[in-house]
Design a protein around this ligand. Structure first.
Ligand SMILES: *Cc1c(COP(=O)(O)O)cnc(C)c1O
Length: 383
């Protein structure tokens, strides 16, 4: 099956699947060959050319999920991010980036870009005007991430796409937090969509992978660099990721529901100072989120009252695990100050609204009552 016009869960289950002609098995056969015939063939296949049968099948599925013409699967989210950015940026070029980005992306830019002679600016605010203020004569790319990490701030996709077109720039988004289930940026005019497939696409905290989707023309440009950089994914993991994505639609919808219910629950608790979730009408960007998201996602953040110790609270949780990553079927929490944003100075953190007591919460698919009970018993035990 190979159509962009099917519904979400049909795409998740079937698009790009390979036929088992030999045994008529129900799932895609796994081809682990790193060596293929070169004579009398249409395509010269090689894993680092991103064109083994399993890679090509999964690329079709990801392209269909993001309403794109074409897609590529990478060995990690950062391989996808770095290859996409560098495919459109050369020495002397400039890129405008959203102020709060995934830590690894921030490090890539901060630690590597000057070596390649690439200039960059981070925005000071979130509006299209804030992005436009940073555009220079040599700007080539605008890069955003929405919802953002960890405060779930929303950037207006349509406004950024319009701005990029006005200045003939390539717009790129890291769509990891939303997942293709909740947000399809290409529908709003964004050019290049990037995912850390380690998160919602994998969904079981056991796969590290990345993905990029765009037009055929843009993907050819990204592929050209990708085969030189060599960030391809092993066929075994490609096969596992195909299997994982089959349930992504139902997983993410369950996570959306749990996150919305948990956001309302936390919002009512006296021990909680503030909840950040784009699905709450009180969230500052709720209206933009409603316009561009199909669901509000499985991620939220909250602050306990300052008299409560956030670190003790996390240790007191029994079902929900403090954990570095996110988006698995199991619920996890993380303290940005201790982990993803630890290298940032306390002042910059304060400027960006990231308090020491902030807890980022990745909702899994457990029963919501069990999750609420775990929060309540942890709060009781630290008071
Ligand atoms: C995890 C993550 C990445 C990086 O992905 P890896 O698979 O760890 O390389 C990029 N962006 C966001 C938003 C992420 O959460």
């Amino acid at each position: 099956m190979n159509s962009n016009k099917k519904g979400l869960n049909t795409i998740c289950t079937h698009v790009g699947e390979l036929e088992d002609k030999q045994h008529k098995g129900a799932v895609s056969p796994l081809y682990m060959s790193t060596s293929y015939a070169y004579e009398d063939v249409d395509v010269k296949r090689y894993p680092r050319y991103f064109n083994t049968p399993n890679q090509e099948g999964l690329c079709k599925k990801v392209a269909a999920l993001e309403h794109a013409e074409s897609a590529l699967i990478f060995g990690s989210g950062m391989a996808a991010v770095s290859t996409s950015l560098l495919a459109f940026l050369s020495a002397g070029d400039h890129v405008v980036l959203q102020q709060t980005l995934y830590g690894g992306t921030y490090n890539l830019i901060n630690e590597e870009f000057s070596k390649y002679g690439i200039e960059y600016s981070f925005t000071t605010g979130w509006s299209a005007a804030d992005f436009e203020a940073e555009i220079k004569e040599n700007t080539k790319v605008i890069y955003i991430e929405t919802p953002s990490n960890p405060l779930l701030t929303i950037t207006d996709l349509e406004a950024i796409a319009t701005l990029a077109k006005k200045h003939s720039l390539i717009s790129m988004i890291d769509n990891t937090f939303a997942s293709p289930v909740n947000q399809n940026p290409i529908d709003f005019g964004i050019d290049v969509v990037i995912h850390s497939a380690t998160k919602y696409m994998g969904g079981h905290s056991d796969i590290c992978a990345g993905a990029v989707a765009s037009t055929t023309e843009n993907m050819e440009r990204i592929f050209h660099l990708a085969k030189n950089f060599g960030g391809s994914l092993s066929d075994y993991t490609v096969w596992l990721l195909e299997r994982s994505i089959k349930t992504m639609g139902i997983r993410v919808k369950a996570q959306n529901e749990n996150a919305l219910a948990m956001a309302h629950y936390l919002n009512e608790l006296e021990d909680v100072e503030k909840v950040y979730y784009p699905g709450l009408p009180s969230h500052k960007d709720h209206d933009i989120a409603k316009k561009q998201m199909k669901g509000f996602g499985g991620m939220l953040s909250f602050e306990l009252n300052t008299n409560l110790d956030a670190s003790k609270f996390q240790k007191a949780l029994q079902l929900i695990k403090p954990s570095m990553s996110l988006a698995g079927v199991e619920s996890t929490v993380l303290s940005p100050t201790q982990t993803s944003h630890a290298l940032m100075s306390a002042e910059v953190r304060a400027e960006q609204g990231i308090s020491d007591g902030l807890i980022r919460f990745s909702l899994g698919i457990e029963e919501i009552e069990d999750l609420k009970n775990d929060i309540q018993q942890a709060l009781n035990s630290i008071k």
